[in-house]
Design a protein around this ligand. Sequence first.
Ligand code: AMP
Length: 206
Amino acid sequence: MKNIVMLGAPGAGKGTHSALISAEYGVPHISTGDILRANIKEGTELGKLAESYIAKGALVPDEVVIGLVADRLAHPDAQNGYVLDGFPRTIAQAEALDKVARIDIAINIDVAFDVIIGRLSGRRVCSCGATCHVSALGGSEICPKCGKQLYIRDDDKPETVKARLEVYLKQTAPLIDYYKAKGVLVDIDACGTIKEDFEKIKKVLG
Ligand code: AMP
């Protein structure tokens, strides 16, 4: 199986499609955002450091996330393909990744900015890992998967969303050209339903 990088703005659907790829192809879904949030929840040193950056919508320093991902990619389950979600987010991270891994494909999930803002402002998450949108909940705030109370991620609040989108444009969007130059970039025009968009991704992955 392939080593996959997911690119796209916050709210483009990287997490959703990474989870689907993971289930379909049996590869680990490695999300730096999830790892950092788990550390915040557990109150680790890494969590304490990451919290202040995440709360502002800023990026956690490169050396911190690079070390974290290098460790994770050394685990046995990552030796036969993986899907990296939310990493790399800067050119420095992509260069560091190239030193420890061979990336076969970078999938850029392309979604219009106004759609992204609607998605982030309506996103609800659950401690079981599920992500939903208010438009599909019919007024309920209960997780359809496990029945627990849903909540809004701190960094999905409007002022933080604006900062995250600015950071994306300045620091992460240049990765599209980085992977294009390497000949591994595939653009997915994610304008349909999750199912329709995932069919496009499956076609690309074969
Ligand atoms: P995400 O769940 O991918 O949207 O990530 C949530 C937040 O975690 C981001 O806004 C950053 O503050 C931090 N984060 C996640 N991945 C990275 C990364 N590769 N580099 C720096 N910060 C990251």
